[in-house]
Design a protein. Structure first.
Length: 121
């Protein structure tokens, strides 16, 4: 994956959200000099995706949240991707293949499959 910047992340989020049928809107909910958090609200209340970016640490967290609890996530921390699987979100599985050049798009594709397969919408 090429170097991710806040600008590139914003572009990935906007582009992906515009093409996700289940996303209603996106909000930047927090910004500090070194971190930014976005929320992608779905068509169901209480179910959303949160994206956290740590500019200094190069940490990226992509999290599906239902009723204020993480139910699925993918994180980039210290250069390594790992997965918190649906149904076992406290577990960690390394993803040596990573998430490609557009991790937001890839994550939202995974989220869509989970939402449809588990009738969460």
């Amino acid at each position: 994956m090429p170097e991710l910047t806040l600008l590139a992340l914003r572009e990935q989020i906007a582009s992906t959200a515009n093409n996700c049928w289940f996303v209603q809107f996106v909000e930047e909910i927090e910004r500090t000099p070194i971190t930014t958090t976005f929320r992608l609200y779905t068509i169901r209340t209480g179910l959303f995706v949160q994206v956290f970016w740590g500019a200094r640490s190069k940490t990226l967290s992509l999290v599906l949240i239902e009723s204020e609890q993480r139910i699925f996530a993918v994180d980039l921390h210290r250069g390594q991707w790992h997965l918190h699987p649906f149904g076992a979100a406290d577990d960690h599985t390394f993803l040596p293949e990573g998430m490609g050049d557009n991790p937001v798009k890839r994550f939202m594709e995974m989220v869509e499959a989970i939402l449809v397969e588990n009738d969460l919408l």
